[in-house]
Structure formats: C-alpha cells, structure tokens
Ligand binder design. Structure first.
Ligand code: NAD
Length: 506
C-alpha cells in the first residue's frame, strides 16, 4: 500500500527507516512513494489470508472469474494514463513506452480470462483396449496460492504475465514487486480491489530481497519468479526445501541473425529499437547481431545513422530513459571496457558513453566471442555486431551462450529454417519483440534463461496441476487389477498385448 507520496531531491539511500523504504525516480531523484518493508510474519499472514480466499476463488466458474478479469482490464484501461505516468516516474522510461507496456498487460489479462475455460476444462481421454470399460478424465486443478516475484524493467507487463494467468486458472496471488517499482505494484493491487468480488484474491507485499525470500519460504503453493538468473537459483533452492514448484523467467543474451536476403533497412530500424528501447533493459532485448558479410556494411551504416538520432533523457522527445537501477551502470561500463580492451571497434559511442545516470548508445563491431559484451547480459543501450560468413556460423554463434530466451531472424526466404535451429524459447522473424504481445503464445526460455512458461495456453496450464480421474463404467469378466484375476484373464492379457504391439522387427 502506498503510505506516502512526496517530492524530494536527494537520492542518497533507498532505506528511510527499518520498516519502510523509498521508491525514487531514477531521473530526478524525486521520491515517488514510501512503502512498507513487509516482514516475514506479515508475508506469512498475507499467504494465510490468500489461502482462505483461494477456496472461494477456485469455486467460482470460469465465467465468473472471466467477468472479474474483464472488469480489471476495463479499470486499467480507464486508468491507463495514470498507470503509465507512474511507470514513467518510477523507471524513468518514456511515457509512450510506459503506455505501450500497460496496453500489452491489459491485452494479456483479457486473453487469460477469455481462454481459461477452453484450455482448462475437463478433458476425456481414450482409456485404451486393456481398460476399455473405464472412463478416463483429466482435470486441471489450481495450485492454491501463487507467489509472484517481479522485476523492475517492465513492472506491469511482466508480473501481469503471471498474475493474470494464475488468477484465470483459479489461484489467488501474493505479489512482491521489485523494490525499484513498489508504487506500480501497489497500483495494481488497488485497481484490482475496486472490482474484486471479495478480499485477498490479489495481495501485494512490498519490500526488498528479504521480503522476496520470505515469500519463497512461505506456504505458497507455487512461485512464479521473474528476474536475474543469479536470484532465480536462490529462489529455486529455497523452493526446493518445501518442494514448492517454481516458474523461472530469467535473463537473456538475445541474438539477431541477418541473412543476405534480408530487408536490411527494416532490420536496422527494428533492431535498433529491439536493442535500445527501455535503455536496453529488456530481458528479450537484442544484445548481439550476427550479420551476413554480404550485407554487413549496409546494415552497420543504416543502424549507426539511426542510432545517432537517439537521445536519452526524461523529458518529451527522449527516446529512452536512465538506467533504472544505478548499480547496472558498473556492469555496462565493465562490458564496454572489456570489449574495447579485447580489440573491438566502436561504430558509435565509446568508453565515455555513461553520463550520470544515462548511457548514450554504444554500437561495437568485431567483438571477440569471449568478451563479456557477448557472453553476459549487459542490460544497457549497447549492441554488438559481428560479421559471419554464412547462416550456419550465425546459428552456431547465436547458440553458443548459456542463455536461451529469445531471438530474431531477418531473411526473406530462410527465416523459418533458421528459427528451427535456435536453442531458445521464442523467435520472431522479420520483426522484433512481437511474440511478447501475442496472448496465445507461450513466453519463456531454456538454459540459464529459466524454465516454465507464462502467456498462452501453456501459461494457463503452468498454474494448474493435472488430476487424473478414471471411473469404471461397467463390469467385465476380465478384471486385471484384483487378486481374483483368473488364469484365463492372464491368457487374454497376453493375447491382447501381442495383438497390439508384436511386430516383425527387420
Ligand atoms: P533481480 O533478480 O535482482 O530481482 C528480481 C526480484 O527478486 C525482485 O523483486 C527482488 O526483490 C527479488 N529478490 C531478490 N533476491 C531474492 C531472494 N533471495 N529471494 C526471493 N526474491 C528475491 O532482478 P531485477 O534486477 O529486478 O530484474 C532484471 C532481470 O530480470 C534481468 O536479468 C532480466 O533479464 C530479467 N527479466 C526476465 C524476464 C523474463 O521474462 N525472462 C522479464 C523481465 C526481466
């Protein structure tokens, strides 16, 4: 809950007192709000209340839950401007990017509510010849309470990818937003409360890593975590103690592959946005480009010409904002310095690209593949462009990373073929980021980018477990699962299995 809003100029420390913390505007230092550091006991209380609400929420029909989610989407649509303004102030990103983020989150709320009945309704399955007298059914059961832990870079879009799908599947949610974006987290809770049929369906607990850790150790029935790979490993280890299932949506090092038949102009235009929008602070942001040597010069000159026009800032006309989390500036600097010291060429910007809290666009070429700028997530408005001799080399290099989140391929003829060779969770062909905006498709990665999925049918299934129910429809003389089984039944069993499975093997 937002307990205080005020204006202030200093940005010295985030902690105001042991029980509260400040959320600051990274561009101005203004205090956006002061929020509780929720304690372990308070987290446990929130989870206990959410458990009580979970039974009622799960017992509502899909239709009733869809009406609640539809109303929530409607309230957020009405308050879109307010939400975008808050994101703008808390993260420093441009207002138009913040508005796009809210719009996409609303789209996912709508999709999850609408498609939950189709994806999660009971299914009958064929019982097979051996059990032909049985009716077999699979039911999807909500876990109960889902703990959602969110990052700051897309503070509404990212957690809503878990919250909306978990709610639509019949779970209640306790959400811990990032300590950098508690105001927008609290805004989500307040907006949901306006249309909630009863209390404790969506609860927000603000705080830092201690609060997040308390949530992973609480009695939640599932955790959906989005954040860095480093924290994800701690979350998975904490969840293992209680056997709490977990979805991990972690970092990335997404590659863009550009073939010789690509629309190079469009590729340059969209790859620039893919890499630098939100100051490069996107899990699915382009960090590496592998471009065919025949179009490499054209691509480089196109993208550099466009990048020169980009102005970071907080006011109107700024194309991206400051680093939301100031400590990331050190990482960005280390990656730029490491690449430069290993012989990379600056096509744009240089070692002095960091100006206060802002990073000017940096484009590097011929960066050795063992550089930090190629191997580790940079999370800044920087881009590596390396030239390849063919698409096989591009695919090998794109896959030679510990991450496996998203990728983009630019090619008029070979896009689908190249996409199938990439070891990652999502690929867009001749576009950037677009999979994130489609409700129907799953979002998530492999390797160090995590496991489990949000969005789409898979995202709904993720927040339920399958319960198999089989029922004997009628009696038959051949019952196998009993001590009364006859020798005749044994003979028939063998005959049936032979009939079904015995083949001549060549
Ligand atoms: P982070 O790992 O520092 O923090 C994420 C969340 O975890 C925060 O709410 C934090 O308070 C909480 N936390 C920290 N320590 C914890 C602990 N021990 N137990 C439980 N919770 C804990 O990440 P960040 O800096 O907020 O976010 C940036 C990262 O998120 C980047 O790596 C980015 O790629 C990734 N990300 C991934 C996706 C995706 O969908 N794959 C989306 C957005 C961001």
């Amino acid at each position: 809950m937002l307990i205080k809003s005020q204006s202030a100029k200093t940005k010295s420390t985030r902690a105001k007192s042991p029980s509260t913390f400040e959320s600051l505007n990274p561009a101005t230092g203004e205090v956006v709000g002061v929020f509780p550091l929720t304690t372990k006991d308070e987290v446990n209380d929130a989870v206990a209340r959410a458990k009580v609400a979970a039974d009622r929420w799960a017992n509502l029909s899909f239709r009733a839950r869809n009406i609640v989610l539809r109303d929530w989407a409607s309230i957020l649509t009405r308050d879109m401007k307010e939400a975008a303004e808050l994101i703008h102030r808390e993260t420093g990103k441009p207002l138009s990017d913040a508005t796009l983020e809210v719009a996409l989150a609303i789209e996912h709320i709508g999709w999850a509510g609408k498609f939950a009945p189709k994806v999660l309704s009971r299914q009958s399955r064929p019982a097979g010849l051996l059990m032909f007298n049985m009716a077999a059914q699979v039911q999807r059961v909500p876990f109960g309470v889902v703990g959602v832990i969110g990052p700051w870079n897309y503070p509404i879009f990212t957690p809503v990818g878990s919250i909306a799908y978990a709610l639509a599947a019949g779970n209640t949610v306790v959400f811990k937003p990032s300590e950098y974006t508690p105001a927008i987290g609290s805004f989500l809770e307040e907006s949901f409360k306006r249309i909630a049929p009863f209390r404790d369906v969506l609860t927000v607990v603000t705080g830092d890593s201690t609060t997040g850790s308390a949530l992973t150790e609480s009695a939640v029935d599932k955790i959906s975590f989005t954040g860095s790979t480093r924290t994800a490993k701690k979350v998975a280890a904490a969840c293992a103690e209680r056997m709490t299932p977990v979805v991990l949506e972690c970092g990335g090092k997404d590659a863009v592959i550009i073939d010789k038949d690509a629309d190079v102009k469009k590729a340059a235009e969209m790859t620039l946005w893919h890499a630098m929008s939100n100051a490069g602070q996107s899990c699915i942001g382009a960090e590496r480009v592998y471009v065919h040597h025949q179009v490499a010069d054209q691509f480089k000159s196109e993208i550099v010409a466009r990048a020169k026009e980009l102005t970071p800032g907080f006011g109107d006309g700024a194309k991206y904002g400051p680093a939301t989390m100031p400590s990331q500036l050190k990482v960005i600097k280390a990656h730029i310095d490491d690449a430069a010291s290993k012989g990379a060429t600056f096509l744009l910007g240089g070692r002095d690209a960091i100006k206060g809290g802002y990073v000017e666009p940096v484009i590097l070429a011929d960066v050795p593949e063992d550089s930090l700028a190629v191997t580790d997530e940079t999370f800044g408005p920087t881009l590596v462009i390396n030239t390849v001799s063919d698409m096989d080399e591009a695919v090998d290099l794109a896959n030679a990373t510990s991450y496996g989140l998203g990728a983009a391929v630019w090619s008029k003829r070979n896009g689908k073929r190249i996409a199938t060779l990439l070891k990652c969770g999502m690929v867009s062909i001749n576009s950037a980021f677009s999979f994130a905006a489609i409700g129907a498709v799953p979002f998530g990665g492999v390797k160090d980018s995590g496991y489990g999925r949000i969005h789409g049918a898979e995202g709904l299934l993720e927040f339920t477990y399958p319960r198999t129910v089989v029922k004997r429809r009628f009696r038959i003389p051949l019952e196998f699962t009993t001590f009364e089984r006859s020798a005749r039944a044994d003979r028939i069993l063998i005959r049936l299995v032979r009939l079904m499975h015995k083949r001549r093997i060549r």
